[in-house]
Write a protein that binds this ligand. Structure first.
Ligand code: K7E
Ligand code: RUQ
Ligand code: CUA
Length: 649
């Protein structure tokens, strides 16, 4: 115990040493030398397109941002787990149900790991998944429309961190709990954690055509912290790997208490075996409340359903399905190389990287060479599964990606660098400083069987002197490296939004061909759509007033409404009649305490307004849409509650 505490202190001391060191480097400048050749490599001429999309998670923004590589230009922020005034997501009546959970309406989360859908181990560009960490959820974004179209809550989970990674054919998107908790939740003393709290690993099936998510089963695991996960691929397809820490099962002062064991585990899960078990009626239904929210592109409306139970599996009932691989120093990242042979555990309190061999693991399992068990789950012997160690590669390894040419790229948080090493020989080939304290690195396709090893983006936690100061808070900094040669070359710094953790990149052609340009008005199945201009109208139902409004350059129909009263609840159901690419209109109503709406061509959205004051109140279009944009406006007359003025428009 004493040793491990000393070890941690020594790491912390070296951390501060390394960051001063890096500060010096950057001041005395590699900037001048880099500038001209790097500038050419990232330059995308006006009107030209980037080669790659990069989808970078927003961390505590709850969103996903879209960038181009190599330019580092930001194209879009996709709202996922947030209310987003720019488009009205989470404010409009149609999108509010997306943020429904068993805890109620939760318009915030902490989004960490985006992962793009795959077919046969290749990125297919249909969907991108991302986890909500805090109130455990998995979201799916449709890459035709770049809209969040589905969110499923994960019950029996807390700190949904080892998520949301997909299997080789997107059979499953997988979600693992970071915090173990009582399963099912109950009122009990915290210090009875050990042996009683459980971790859950959820396998959420993805329907091949529609992409509809469904929790197929939840594995109920020992009460460790499940940190990150990655799917097997190629020869290891059918398996999933999860790093664990706090195998000590401490419930307090984890900084010290969860760092006592020299080794924690990577849990290897044979999901094919468990799938077969549950398909044959195995597992137990457990009561569990969780929301499933689906957005429909034709009704332009989300619906939220509360589910009542989930299928759980006790791993000890499925022999041969789950094994534990000892892995040193509280591993964080868990990365599988493109061939599926090597499973890399990045011990965040270590200087070394541990590489496990899938072939050796299978051999040890077949020969039943176990070293005891944890709660009935067999533990393999470290030496039996070890393929090798990258020694003294840096300090504080976190995450690894691959270039598809036999090389791995590992980030080191404490020594603040990106290290390139050969997967077969485990030799370090190159290292480049990162400014500063890098978390994840992303290579487009770097988490699939077919990476595109041209660029690597490191996402750094600390910015300091890299940009003009903007008060105490600076946006995080990403750095783009050219990795096509032996040595990595730093090309660009660019700011990111929120706190990026992971990112997913994909060649632009895969996405842009399928990108949807408009919604067809004729296919609009919204309950309150106004398809024919002559159908625009206003209807009263008690104190609710429904306005069926249309918008087209450059007017609203109707644009003068009388007979609204204080105390009414007014629903503006607005249909955008444009059928041209990139001609949204906005709608803002004075005193509406939600947001504006940004309505895409062919789409219907609804804003509510509860007028509190008598008067004549204007509304207007918020998106500059034509030379007559400033004319796109109207008035609502609000009369006293007891007035007998009839509705007119
Ligand atoms: Cu290392 Cu959430 Cu992937 Cu952040 S986690 S860095
Ligand atoms: S108006 S172009 Cu306020 Cu000049 Cu926007
Ligand atoms: Cu419509 Cu501005």
């Amino acid at each position: 115990m004493k040793n491990s505490i000393l070890y941690i202190f020594s790491l912390i001391i070296s951390a501060s040493f390394f960051s001063c060191n890096n500060s010096e480097n950057s001041k005395n400048g590699d900037r001048g030398a880099l500038a001209s050749s790097a500038a050419e490599k990232v330059y995308v001429a006006p009107g030209e397109h980037d080669d790659f999309y990069a989808f970078i998670s927003g961390g505590y923004s709850g969103n996903l941002t879209v960038y181009g590589l190599p330019s580092g230009r930001m194209f879009k922020e996709i709202p996922v787990f947030s209310q987003f005034p720019t488009s009205g997501y989470g404010y409009s009546e149609e999108t509010k149900p997306m943020l429904n959970t068993s805890h109620g309406f939760i318009p915030w989360d902490d989004s960490h790991h985006p992962d793009i859908s795959q077919t046969e181990g290749k990125l297919d560009g249909r969907w991108i998944f991302i986890n909500g960490n805090n109130t455990p959820r998995i979201a799916k974004i449709d890459l035709k429309t770049f809209e969040t179209t589905e969110i499923i809550e994960v019950p029996n989970s807390a700190g949904n961190h080892s998520s949301s990674f997909v299997t080789e054919n997107t059979e499953y998107v997988v979600a693992g709990t970071r915090f173990s908790v009582p399963v099912p939740q109950q009122d009990m003393p915290i210090n009875e954690y050990k042996g009683k709290f459980k971790g859950t690993l959820s396998f959420i099936s993805v329907a091949p055509e529609t992409g509809r998510m469904n929790i197929k089963f939840q594995l109920i695991m020992p009460g460790f912290d499940y940190d990150l996960s990655h799917p097997g691929r190629g020869k290891s397809h059918g398996w999933f790997f999860f790093t664990t820490y706090n195998t000590e099962e401490a419930n307090t002062l984890l900084e010290v208490n969860a760092s006592q064991n020299d080794k924690d585990f990577i849990a290897a899960v044979n999901w094919k075996k468990i799938e077969e078990y549950v398909n044959n009626g195995g597992g137990k239904m457990m009561p569990a409340e969780y929301a499933h929210n689906v957005y429909d592109d034709h009704t332009h409306t989300a619906t939220s359903t509360m589910k009542k139970e989930v299928l759980t599996v006790d791993p000890t009932e499925v022999p041969g399905a789950v094994f534990l691989l000892p892995t040193p120093k509280s591993p964080h990242g868990c990365d599988v190389d493109p061939s599926g042979e090597y499973i890399i555990g990045n011990g965040k309190l270590s200087a070394d990287l541990t590489i496990h061999s899938f072939t050796k693991m299978i051999d040890a399992i077949e020969n039943k060479r176990f070293d005891g068990d944890a709660y009935g789950i067999p533990i393999l012997k470290f030496e039996d599964v070890l393929a090798g160690t990258v020694k003294q590669a840096g300090l504080g390894p976190l995450h690894t990606e691959f270039d598809g040419k036999g090389n791995a790229y590992t980030t080191f948080f404490i020594s603040s660098e990106l290290v390139k090493w050969n997967v077969e020989t485990q030799e370090v080939i190159d290292r480049q400083p990162n400014y500063y304290s890098v978390g994840h690195v992303m290579i487009p396709g770097g988490n699939s069987a077919h990476p595109f090893g041209k660029y690597a983006v490191s996402m750094n936690k600390i910015t300091k002197d890299r940009y003009l100061p903007t008060g105490p808070e600076l946006e995080h900094s990403a750095q783009l490296f050219d990795i096509s040669g032996d040595k990595m070359e730093l090309l660009l710094d660019f700011p990111t939004h929120g706190e990026p953790h992971y990112a997913a990149g994909i060649p632009a052609e895969i996405i842009k061909e399928n990108s949807q340009k408009i919604y067809k008005l004729a296919e609009n199945k919204h309950e309150y759509a106004t398809i024919a201009n002559g159908d625009a109208r206003v209807e009263r139902d008690g104190n609710e007033v429904h306005v069926y409004m249309t918008m087209i350059r450059s007017h609203f129909t109707p644009d003068n409404i009388e007979g609204i009263k204080v105390g009414d609840k007014v629903y503006f159901h607005i249909t955008n009649h444009e059928q041209d690419f990139d001609v949204p209109h906005g709608f803002a109503m004075i005193g509406a305490n939600n947001a504006e709406l940004l309505i895409m061509p062919g789409q219907t959205k609804t804003l509510t307004w509860e007028p509190k004051k008598v008067g004549v109140w204007p509304f207007y279009c918020t998106d500059f849409c034509s030379a007559l944009h400033q004319e796109m406006q109207g008035y609502i007359r609000v009369s006293p509650k007891d007035s007998n003025i009839d509705l007119s428009w």
